[in-house]
Design a binder for this molecule. Structure first.
Ligand code: CMC
Length: 380
């Protein structure tokens, strides 16, 4: 007889849905670890691709393993002209996350073989997805402006190449370095909504391109990755330091959420927000101030006073937008940039899931009626 858990937890809050050794969050102390290594240490000493390797294969690569991984990704960055042509047909008014979801799914048309028991297939899928997703994000950005997409530059590292493809010029060294750290910070975060979506999809043993496409769709919502874009609109709407407290009071009265604050797990300031704030300040020192920063600082102070008692503090999305603005990234690309990084985490969970797979098939508590008779249409 099957055992049915009858306690219903909306949003599955606190319900373990898997066992995982990929990452760990202590929401009370504000700690995030990837494979046991503190995120601050990785932000300081690692690179995004080394971190991606760590997440996906479970160990830091040797120099040779890292060089091979980086080499393979560098030479898989190009996308098929058919994918570029397909993307040219997307409406330029479409959201870049929708463009990314469609493009990620389209990769499956070219590369899906569902050879999930073949380690070489797994490795190549990992390489292709990490390599091609940034190219597709940058391509859509140029195409919607009416320009041709740029080919990736083999002489540039992962982060620098993305900024080059996006802004059509080789980035400043600090900008590329800061962007690489941003990718590391966003690479993985336990079993959040998009990762769960990836896991549910992968549990059916479909191909990895469908797994990533479903996760991209889930990340897009404003309660998840989409919040970083909304933070900038909110700061723009607030407009001045003087307006911070009246704006906050209005949100509290109407029970509107303050974007970039609060987290299901963190009840203190998100450790990634702390590092992102430091990165933003580094960029302001070199490239000039952003007036939204002082509004953000005042808002953080005011929210802490009013909502700190409830454990509501800045999350990862609060300061990331200020960093991306300085890097010349438009605000509707913030979430696609988040996706570029999170592909690493999604793939790590995909690979972990495959090792002990069982299809996700939860139960429900039925609240409808029984034995209802069918009413013919003419009698309704
Ligand atoms: N502004 C105002 N009140 C808030 C906020 C906020 N940002 N976040 C939570 N609360 C309040 C909420 O009103 C509720 O109060 P009460 O118990 O009095 O009704 C309480 O805190 C619990 O909120 P919840 O929405 O039930 O908490 P949750 O764990 O379901 O939601 C969250 C977590 C991230 C969806 C939520 O904090 C939120 O909507 N934040 C704003 C959107 C945002 O910044 N999202 C990015 C999340 S982090 C990165 C990512 O996941 O991509």
């Amino acid at each position: 007889m099957s055992v049915v858990c009858i306690e219903f937890k909306p949003g599955l809050e606190g319900v373990p849905a898997t066992q995982s050794s990929i990452s760990y969050v202590d929401g009370q102390k504000g700690v995030l670890e990837y494979r046991g290594i503190n995120i601050r240490e990785l932000a300081k000493s690692s690179s995004f691709l080394e971190t991606a390797y760590l997440l996906i294969w479970g160990n830091l690569p040797t120099r040779e393993e890292l060089e091979n991984f980086e080499h393979d990704i560098r030479y898989h960055r190009r996308i098929k002209y058919r994918i570029r042509d397909m993307m040219k047909c997307f409406p330029e008014t479409g959201h870049p996350m929708d463009a990314l979801q469609a493009s990620a799914a389209a990769l499956g048309l070219f590369y899906s073989r569902r050879a999930l028991d073949n380690p070489e297939y797994i490795r190549t899928a990992v390489v292709r997805l990490l390599a091609k997703i940034p190219t597709m994000v940058a391509a859509f950005e140029l195409m919607r402006k009416g320009n041709d997409a740029l080919q990736p530059r083999d002489d540039l590292d992962y982060a620098a190449n993305f900024l080059y493809m996006l802004n059509e010029q080789e980035p400043d060294e600090l900008a590329a370095q800061v962007f690489d750290v941003c990718l590391t910070l966003h690479a993985e975060h336990t079993i959040n909504a998009s990762t769960f979506s990836a896991m549910v999809t992968s549990s059916t043993l479909t191909d990895p391109y469908a797994v990533i496409a479903s996760a991209v769709g889930t990340l897009a919502g404003p309660l998840h990755g989409g919040a970083n874009e909304d933070v900038i609109s909110m700061l723009s709407e607030i407009g001045s330091i003087e307006n911070v407290r009246p704006y906050l009071d209005k949100c509290l009265q109407t029970k509107a959420k303050i974007m970039g604050f609060g987290h299901r797990v963190y009840k203190v300031k998100d450790p990634r927000a702390i590092i992102l704030q430091e990165l933003a300040e580094k960029l302001f020192d070199k490239f000039g101030y952003d007036k939204y920063y002082e509004i953000a600082l005042e808002l953080e102070k005011a929210v802490e006073e009013k909502l700190g008692g409830k454990g509501i503090y800045p999350n990862v999305d609060f300061y990331s937008g200020l960093v991306y603005r300085k890097l010349g990234i438009s605000s509707d690309l913030f979430t696609p940039v988040f996706a570029i990084a999170r592909v690493a985490g999604w793939l790590a969970h995909w690979k972990e899931q495959l090792a002990t797979n069982r299809i996700f098939r939860p139960t429900q508590i039925y609240t409808g009626e029984h034995d209802v008779s069918y009413t013919p249409i003419q009698e309704r």
